[in-house]
Write a new protein. Structure first.
Length: 355
């Protein structure tokens, strides 16, 4: 199986390249990046046969079965469209895109071309999340009525294109909030939203705190002007049609305690759970019980990529289909719209570009 990789940022080098190189029966046939010097160096370092500056060049000169898109958010769908035209299966990093209508048009086209689309949501592949999902699916929690989901960084705003809305589509909410929201929504069965109240703000902005480091895009050409026109904090309250409600909080930077990872708490009428550390709360024989499953941690990025490859080979639907990606994007768009309007928005009033 020949796979191409477009966009060779830090995540591509640390995760996608080694996992693709290690996958059985897979050849990382080519890479593409606007920084041609970096593309050449990556090929020399990792023994990749070909490198290109654009996706068009790659698709025109290389026979590919699939492509992994790791470029800035706003470019995902235009590249995916070109791949679909060639019948090439698509994996794209989160979020699926930045414009709902653009994404929906692509998904229709990909379906016509029998092209599979998978969105990179590695937290669904975490072993603790998988265990929690099994409990939710078999009804351990009963009727779930409330979910809390949170990820706070104290000083963790990335540098580069992430803070440029034209490339990213949004800030903390689009970058890390998408992971938190997707995981919580998936764990409770992907219910349909009824209404959203959201608040996004640029609270600390381009801070200059001493002696702290932050993640930086490997491509120094993108957002070289150091544009910062996105949110670094977001919060939302989402009501679903099944009666459940979800509280979401996320930040790149704030004056408070930093979380060690995504925190999710699920509350139902028969039981509940916390993700970190994984704990299941129930009542058995009239007694309150707390169970903490014992398990070995896995590498979710590795399992995610292997799953994508398996789906191509077998024709099975991926765990994170394109339709999931666009539904999460609608929720994100709804949060931004609610914040812009300063009021709750309803999701059943003919809205097509939000929830």
């Amino acid at each position: 199986m020949n796979i191409g990789l477009i966009g060779i940022g830090s995540i591509a080098e640390s995760s996608h390249i080694p996992n693709l190189k290690a996958a059985e029966g897979v050849k990382l046939a080519a890479v593409a990046d606007v920084d041609l010097v970096r593309a050449r160096d990556i090929c020399q370092t990792y023994g990749i046969p070909r490198f290109f500056k654009t996706a068009e060049e790659m698709f025109g000169k290389t026979q590919l079965d699939a492509v992994m898109i790791c470029t800035p958010n706003a470019t995902h769908i235009p590249i995916a469209m070109k791949a679909a035209e060639k019948g090439i299966h698509v994996f794209m990093e989160k979020p699926i895109g930045t414009d709902v209508k653009e994404v929906e048009n692509y998904l229709r086209f990909a379906k016509e071309k029998n092209v599979m689309t998978m969105v990179g949501m590695p937290h669904r592949f975490r072993r603790d999340a998988q265990i929690l999902k099994k409990h939710a699916s078999k009804g351990t929690f009963g009727n779930v009525y409330y979910v809390k989901a949170r990820l706070f960084r104290r000083r963790g705003t990335p540098k580069g294109w992430f803070t440029n809305k034209a490339l990213s589509g949004g800030g903390a909410l689009m970058d890390i909030g998408v992971h938190v929201l997707d995981l919580a929504w998936w764990l409770i069965g992907r219910p349909e939203a009824r209404s959203i109240t959201g608040k996004t703000i640029t609270g600390l902005g381009n801070y200059e705190t001493d002696y702290v480091s932050s993640w930086e895009s490997s491509n120094k050409q993108l957002n070289s002007g150091r544009i910062f026109d996105v949110d670094d904090f977001g919060a939302a309250w989402i009501r679903f049609e099944n009666g459940a409600a979800l509280s979401l909080e996320t930040s790149w930077a704030l004056n408070g305690e930093q979380d060690e990872g995504i925190g999710i708490d699920i509350f139902g009428d028969k039981g509940g759970a916390s993700l970190m550390p994984l704990s299941i709360f129930t009542e058995e024989d009239g007694l309150l019980c707390k169970t903490q499953p014992v398990f070995e941690k896995n590498d979710p990025f590795k399992d995610e990529i292997e799953h994508f490859i398996k789906c191509i080979r077998t024709g099975a639907a991926p765990l994170v289909e394109g339709e999931d990606g666009v539904e999460v994007l609608k929720l994100l768009a709804g949060i931004y719209e609610s914040s812009r309007l300063g009021k709750e928005i309803q999701c059943n009033e003919g809205r097509k570009d939000t929830c």
